[in-house]
Write a protein that binds this ligand. Structure first.
Ligand code: AMP
Length: 329
């Protein structure tokens, strides 16, 4: 089945069900929240007689402007529903475990498809965001679906955040055509960028601390470690602490950058956020209980020894890459 056939099959399933439940991944980000809320809005506008529900226990402070999710519902409601999971490569990362109760399940995703699941699956690894896919879905069926400025704003949020403001390598002509379709609905980009990118003055002190503490391995892996103590000292949420990975994204010669963030509470794990340019790093993430995209992945480690081992592997990868390629910067 080609992608258009998959989209058509998905729309037919949507048309067939009176109730549709939407799901996304744990540690929500702009893409999975924007995609689920954007699709929810499109489906509510297009099929006012249907129940389109999005219930999820996990919220994100910086995305609160997109509004709350629906209240939890009884398990019986799931059993008759069509479930659509968006932006989630593997089932273990689906945030609301009740997805498993749905009568039928659809996967819509843009991560590397290591773990196909669902009765129907539409995965395009080359897409810059899941929101781009939902915008393309709307674009393909404009005669059967309705959109408005709010749905477009939700989707544009994920397109902007997951593509690094249209900067990452996954951005294509199709990305911008989808973005154009959304902007045509009347997205207020000034307000959206203010919600996404304004910082509290106090958070700049944490940034200053980070810039002072970035380290580099011999061959060019930049890295930062954010302990629980540091998170307390700067009064940071885990989400704000995790954002530190972006401070390292433009250091000449550092083809890979990695942030280690100690998780709060009793859980003694360390979240790893891996990023790279030119050189893919998702294989490395997969070796440390993670995965994601070629140049943006996540993983989990449990102690300092694993931190050192992961950094040593990343350093060797950068060394080999630099020895065998010429056009990196
Ligand atoms: P993060 O650094 O957590 O934003 O992750 C970067 C990308 O990798 C995102 O698209 C995540 O959805 C994905 N990712 C993060 N952690 C994992 C994991 N443990 N397994 C699979 N994919 C992940």
């Amino acid at each position: 089945m080609n992608n258009l056939d998959k989209m058509e099959a998905i729309l037919q399933r949507i048309e067939a069900y009176p109730r549709i439940m939407l799901f996304r991944h744990v540690r929500p980000d702009g893409d999975c929240v924007g995609a689920t809320k954007g699709l929810q809005r499109i489906l509510r506008l297009s099929f006012p007689e249907k129940e389109i529900l999005l219930t999820d226990g996990q919220q994100s402070d910086f995305l609160a402007f997109l509004g709350p999710d629906d209240e939890p519902v009884a398990d019986e409601l799931y059993a008759q529903a069509l479930g659509i999971v968006i932006d989630t490569g593997n089932q273990a990362r689906i945030s609301n475990p009740k997805y498993a109760l749905c009568r039928e399940l659809i996967k819509i995703d843009h991560h590397i498809d290591r773990e196909p699941y669902g009765d129907l699956s539409w995965v395009e690894e080359e897409r810059s965001s899941a929101c781009e896919m939902i915008a393309a879905f709307y674009g393909a069926f404009q005669d059967r679906l309705r959109i408005d400025a709010w749905a477009a704003t939700c989707l544009y949020t994920g397109m902007v955040t997951d593509s690094g403001r249209f900067k990452f390598s996954g951005v294509t002509g199709d990305t911008l055509r989808c973005a154009a379709l959304l902007l045509d609905q009347g997205v207020d980009t000034q307000t959206l960028y203010a919600h996404l990118y304004l910082k509290e003055f106090d958070s700049l002190r944490f940034r200053a601390y980070l810039y002072e503490h970035i380290e580099r391995t011999e061959n060019g892996v930049a890295h930062l470690y954010v302990s629980r103590g540091m998170q307390e000292r700067f009064g940071l949420t885990f989400e704000a602490a995790s954002a530190c990975v972006s401070c390292m994204d433009s250091i000449r010669g550092c083809l890979c950058w990695i942030a280690f963030i100690e998780t709060p509470g009793g859980e003694e794990s360390i979240r790893v956020r891996l990023r790279s340019r030119f050189m893919p790093i998702s294989d490395l993430a997969e070796r440390y209980r993670g995965g994601g995209h070629a140049c943006a992945s996540g993983a989990t480690v449990y102690d300092e020894e694993e931190v050192r081992a992961l950094l040593a592997e990343a350093d060797a990868m950068v060394r080999d890459y630099k020895q065998t390629h010429t056009d990196w910067m």
